[in-house]
Design a protein around this ligand. Sequence first.
Ligand SMILES: [Zn+2]
Length: 465
Amino acid sequence: MRIGSREQVDAVLAHVDARLDDSLARLYDLIRIPSISTDPAYRDQCRAAADRLSGDLASIGFDASVRPTTGHPMVVAHEKSASGPHVLFYGHYDVQPVDPLVLWTSDPFEPRLELLPNGDTAIVARGASDDKGQLMTFVEACRAWKAMTGALPVQVSILFEGEEEAGSPSLAPFLDASASELQADAVFVCDTDMWDRETPAVTTMLRGLYSTEIEIGCADRDLHSGMFGNAARNALQVLSDVVSSLRTPDGGVSIDGFYDGVKELPEAVKAQWKRLPFDEKGFLTDIGLSIPAGEAGRSILEQVWARPSCEINGMSGGYTGEGFKTVIPARATAKISFRLVEGQVPEKIRDAFKAHVRARIPADCSVTFKDFGLAPATVMPIESPFLTKTLSALSAEWECEAALAGTGGSIPIIGEFKRRLGCDALLVGFARFDNRVHSPNEKYDLSSFHKGIRSWVRILAELAE
Ligand SMILES: [Zn+2]
């Protein structure tokens, strides 16, 4: 039988259905290990979770090992007996802390099933969704392929880290050190949501980020506005002038060269986004607003997924306490961040922003910058065969058109895969928006787990074509 043939896929899917209880039991065993990465008291448990996963992968026929880092270890596994493309799957075995414990209805590390009002059943536990439940969908799909056919349809490497909830400090150096070993044709990450309960999504578009704090300095001390008002420069006024100069009246950003390299969305993506069930009005009314504030003539999805932005995240200076003080502040600060899109070079945006600010500071005043994040956007090209095949496998499993999603946020690890391995990443997740990830009573719907496994079975087959 041809690898990935219809009959073969059906047989593997039937095996997944028949053995779901065993899959669930293995997920439970992983969940029972409280691998909280941010709390040093759980260091041994993080190691135990890595050991468990490594052993589990070895039992399916992966060449698996636990690799030390300066923090929690990595799990690396390969099963490359197939010909054809090589995919790298990423997930994380660490979980968030559980406090406040009183808000949990049961032991966070003793998974249990709960009947949901919609008739679905959910696995309730810390890590049920983020990311143990999600990563196990991939592991169990590989297990089913091996059990039924003795092989995987494509070459698979797996990387599980144990520090994702702690900012992934070891990931970049580890990728650098293991670049030749982990080099793949595409990276798959299972740590995201579906579009809605019925519609699966592949997230291919992540915005980058530049964030900085600026401090304006004027006089060498705070001044009395009765004695110095008019004559002495006010740091908050200078700051306000700078800040208000950043935006154009139609919602754009007015920094010179800010849109250099920014491309218009491909028509196919625009059309797909138009078909997505998305309520533009509801998006704003849900947060108590009604008038779109972004660039005129662009849809909300385009604004938050595919257009760069500039936002003021905080401003301070002068007297902000009770009552009143007629002060002319000597210093004022603002925290400002930019979401960046494909085509924008983060370093150029940083330099253009600084030049824009410096040009507006009076000669006897000063400005200093304290930079925080600087990361480029990442986009999987729409014509990538990995993307088309993944979308078609998901559409077959869920019996509807899979959504091609962007995300307004930035996921730094995706940029690291691109920068250090040169691999594009596809984010395919089966979590639902109500999974209470990071919160008490975290859950993962049984249908997410079951159909998630089935989805990976189909994706692996499609990729072999
Ligand atoms: Zn996660």
